[in-house]
Design a protein around this ligand. Structure first.
Ligand SMILES: Cc1ncc(COP(=O)(O)O)c(C=O)c1O
Length: 393
C-alpha cells in the first residue's frame, strides 16, 4: 500500500486538538433566526450576520419562490456567456441607484467581489496600502495581483500617509480599508483615508460587507454614514449578511464596472446566481427602502446588548457596530467561554489565531433586529454566569 501523501494533515489536526482549537461545524436545524436549533440544542443565536433578520423575511422568500417558478432553479452559465439574466441586470441597476454610483457588478459572494476586483485592477508593478485588519478576501486579492503589499497599523491614517509619501508618484496605488472590521466591529477611518488618497492620487477602496444594510441612510453603508460619496472609487458590498441572501457587489464608475466585466476572474469563470438569489436581493432592497424601522431596531438592540456586556466589566474592545467582541486573551479560553455559553443556551462563536492575534482571542457576538429584549437579556444573564465562573469578570 502506498504511504498516504496527506498524512501530514493528521499531525496538523492533532496539533489543533492539543491547543484546544479544533472545531466541529455547528449544524443549524431549521431557519437562521434569533433563536435557532444548532446541533439539536435551542439557543439564542448571536453568531449570524443576519443583521436585519431578512433570511426569513416573507418578502424575500416569496420573491425567491416566484423567481424560481418563473425562471428556473439555476442560471446555467457564467455571466459572460449565457448566464446574464434580465433579473441580474435589474439587480445591478437597482444597487447602482441605491448606492448613488454610475454602475454596479454583482459577484457570487463578497469574497469573490474583493478578491476578483483587487486582482483584476492591479499588476505586479503596483502597490496596495492595506489596513492590518482588512478581510482575508482583500489579502487574497492582493496576493493574486502580485502587487507589492504595504500594511499599515489598524486605523492609523498617519501611518498610511507615511507609506504613500515614500512611494514614487508614478506608481499606481490602491488604499484599502474595511468599512466595518469583522472581528472588532469598529469603523474604518474613511474621511481621513479619502483625504490621503486624494493627496497622493491613490485609488480609494472600501469593503463595506458588514456596513451594508447597517450603516448610513437605509443601510447604504459607511460611505453614506461619513458622507464621502464620490470620494471612494471602489465600494464593495455584500448581499450575504444584512441583505439576507447571497452575493457581493462592486459599486463605482461605468468604466470600472465594464473593466471588471472583462477582467474579474470570478465573474468570468464562475456561474452566476440562480434567479431566486437575485430576486431575494431585490426584495431586500425593497425592505431597506420601505421598512427602515428594521434598521432602527437593530441599533436599539445593539445599544442594549453592548451596554449590558460593558456594565458587567467584559472587555468589548472598540466596537461601534452590532458586532461586539468579548476579548479574553488565549484561544483556549475563548473556546471554553463559547462552549460553556452554548451549554447554557447561547451561541456566540469563539475566534482565535490566525483569525485574530494570538493574545486577542475572543467570543464574537452579533445582535440582530430580530432579537427580542428578552432573548438579549437571557444571553446577558448567561454571559454573567459563565464569565464569573471562568474568572473573566
Ligand atoms: C469584511 C468582510 N468582507 C467580505 C466578506 C465576504 O462576504 P461574503 O460572505 O459575501 O463572501 C466578509 C464575510 O465574511 C467580511 O467579513
Amino acid at each position: 500500500m502506498r504511504p498516504d501523501p496527506l498524512a501530514f494533515l493528521s499531525a496538523e489536526l492533532d496539533n489543533l486538538k492539543q491547543q484546544g482549537l479544533h472545531r466541529s461545524l455547528r449544524v443549524l436545524q431549521g431557519r437562521q433566526q434569533a433563536t435557532s436549533a444548532f446541533d439539536g440544542k435551542t439557543v439564542v443565536n448571536l453568531s449570524s450576520n443576519n443583521y436585519l433578520g431578512l433570511t426569513t423575511h416573507p418578502r424575500l422568500i416569496d420573491s425567491a419562490l416566484a423567481a424560481t417558478r418563473e425562471f428556473g432553479a439555476g442560471s446555467g452559465s457564467v455571466r459572460t456567456i449565457a448566464g446574464t439574466m434580465a433579473i441580474h441586470m435589474e439587480l445591478e441597476r437597482r444597487l447602482a441607484t441605491f448606492k448613488k454610483v454610475e454602475s454596479v457588478v454583482v459577484f457570487q459572494s463578497g469574497f469573490a467581489a474583493n478578491a476578483g476586483t483587487v486582482s483584476a485592477i492591479l499588476t505586479k508593478d503596483d502597490v496596495v496600502i492595506s489596513d492590518e485588519l482588512n478581510h482575508a478576501s482583500i489579502i487574497d486579492g492582493c496576493r493574486l495581483s502580485r502587487a507589492a503589499i504595504k500594511v499599515f497599523p489598524h486605523k492609523d491614517p498617519d501611518a498610511a500617509r507615511k507609506i504613500l509619501k515614500d512611494l514614487p508618484a508614478s506608481q499606481r496605488k490602491l488604499l484599502i480599508t474595511d468599512g466595518v472590521f469583522s472581528m472588532d466591529g469598529d469603523v474604518g477611518a474613511l474621511p481621513e483615508l479619502c483625504d490621503i488618497a486624494e493627496e497622493f492620487g491613490a485609488i480609494m477602496m472600501v469593503d463595506d460587507a458588514h456596513a451594508s444594510g447597517v450603516f448610513g441612510k437605509n443601510g447604504r453603508g459607511t460611505i453614506d454614514h461619513f458622507n464621502v460619496h464620490g470620494r471612494v472609487d471602489i465600494q464593495v458590498g455584500t448581499l450575504s449578511k444584512a441583505m439576507g441572501a447571497l452575493g457581493g457587489y462592486v459599486a463605482g464608475s461605468h468604466d470600472l464596472i465594464d473593466f471588471l466585466y472583462h477582467r474579474a476572474r470570478p465573474f468570468l469563470f464562475s456561474t452566476s446566481h440562480p434567479p431566486a438569489v437575485a430576486a431575494a436581493c431585490l426584495a431586500a432592497l425593497d425592505v431597506l427602502e420601505q421598512e427602515p424601522e428594521i434598521i432602527e431596531r437593530l441599533w436599539d438592540n445593539t445599544r442594549f446588548f453592548k451596554k449590558g456586556l460593558e456594565s458587567m466589566g467584559f472587555n468589548t474592545g472598540l466596537s461601534q457596530s452590532p458586532i461586539t467582541p468579548v476579548i479574553v486573551g488565549e484561544g483556549s479560553r475563548a473556546m471554553k467561554l463559547s462552549d460553556r455559553l452554548f451549554q447554557e443556551g447561547v451561541f456566540a462563536s469563539g475566534i482565535a489565531f490566525p483569525t485574530v492575534a494570538r493574545d486577542k482571542a475572543r467570543v464574537r457576538t452579533i445582535v440582530t433586529a430580530a432579537h427580542t429584549k428578552d432573548e438579549l437579556q437571557y444571553a446577558l444573564d448567561k454571559f454573567k454566569l459563565v464569565g464569573t465562573e471562568l474568572g473573566l469578570i
